[in-house]
Design a protein around this ligand. Structure first.
Ligand SMILES: Nc1ncnc2c1ncn2[C@@H]1O[C@H](COP(=O)(O)OP(=O)(O)OP(=O)(O)O)[C@@H](O)[C@H]1O
Ligand SMILES: [Mg+2]
Length: 201
C-alpha cells in the first residue's frame, strides 16, 4: 500500500469525505460515491472533470485515486504539462518506450490540468500516444478547465488530433461538468473583496 502510494505521486491528499457537496450542487454525491467503488477501473472507463478554476476537479480526481489505491489498484498522477515534458525528455535520450510504460501500465492514470497551457504539435502527439495506448486497456481520469469544443485550440489548433483524442477518451467515459463558484475564492467573495463569477459573465 505504501509502495503503491509512493508510485502514484499524488500532489496532495483529499478525500470524498472532505468534499463539501452542498457548496457544489452540480456535483452529485451519489454519482461520486458510485464511482468511488472503482468499477470504472475494472471496466477500463474514463472520467473527465470539466469546469472553471477552483471548483474541485483536482480534489475529486485525487479522492478517486485514493479509493483506487485503497483497493490496491496501481495509480499514477501527472499533469498534462509534466506528462508531455517527461515524454519529450525521454524521447530525446532514446528511452521513450520505457517512459511511456510509466503512464500506460497503471490501472488508473490521472492527467490533471488539460488546457491550462497550450500544447505544441509534438506535445499533442505524445499525449495522443498515451491516450491511444490506454484506450480500452486502462482508465484515465482527466481534468480540464476548457470545454471539449475548445480542445482543438489547446492542441495547437489541430482539430483532427483533438477529435482523435476525444473519440478514444469519450467512447467509454463519464463526464462530470462542474459549474459554480471557486472554493478557493469563496471567503474572499463573501467578504466582498472580488466579484462573483456570475457578475463577471
Ligand atoms: N466542494 C468542495 N469542498 C471542499 N473543498 C473544496 C471543494 N471544492 C474545492 N475544494 C478545495 O479548494 C481547493 C481548490 O480545489 P481544486 O484544486 O480541486 O480545484 P480545481 O477545480 O482543480 O481548480 P484548477 O482548475 O484551478 O486546477 C482545494 O484545496 C480543494 O480541496
Ligand atoms: Mg486543479
Amino acid at each position: 500500500m505504501e509502495m503503491l502510494s509512493k508510485v502514484a505521486t499524488l500532489p496532495f491528499r483529499r478525500t470524498l469525505e472532505e468534499f463539501d457537496f452542498a457548496f457544489q450542487p452540480s456535483v452529485k454525491e451519489r454519482q461520486l460515491r458510485e464511482l468511488a467503488g472503482c468499477a470504472f477501473i475494472e471496466r477500463k472507463e474514463n472520467i473527465i472533470f470539466l469546469g472553471p478554476p477552483g471548483v474541485g476537479k483536482s480534489h475529486l480526481a485525487v479522492a478517486l485515486a485514493l479509493e483506487a489505491l485503497r483497493r490496491r489498484h496501481k495509480v499514477k498522477f501527472t499533469t498534462a504539462a509534466a506528462l508531455v515534458s517527461s515524454l519529450a525528455e525521454a524521447e530525446r535520450i532514446g528511452t521513450l518506450n520505457r517512459r511511456l510504460a510509466i503512464f500506460t501500465a497503471p490501472a488508473l492514470l490521472i492527467v490533471d490540468e488539460i488546457g491550462c497551457l497550450p500544447l505544441d504539435a509534438h506535445q499533442v502527439n505524445l499525449l495522443f500516444q498515451v491516450v491511444s495506448r490506454r484506450y480500452e486497456h486502462g482508465s484515465i481520469i482527466l481534468t480540464s478547465n476548457k470545454s471539449y469544443a475548445e480542445w482543438a485550440e489547446v492542441f495547437s489548433g489541430d482539430a483532427v488530433i483533438a477529435a482523435a483524442i476525444l473519440d478514444r477518451l469519450l467512447h467509454h467515459s463519464t463526464t462530470i461538468a462542474i459549474k459554480g463558484e471557486s472554493y478557493r475564492l469563496k471567503d474572499k467573495k463573501r467578504a466582498g473583496l472580488i466579484e462573483g463569477r456570475e457578475r463577471k459573465d
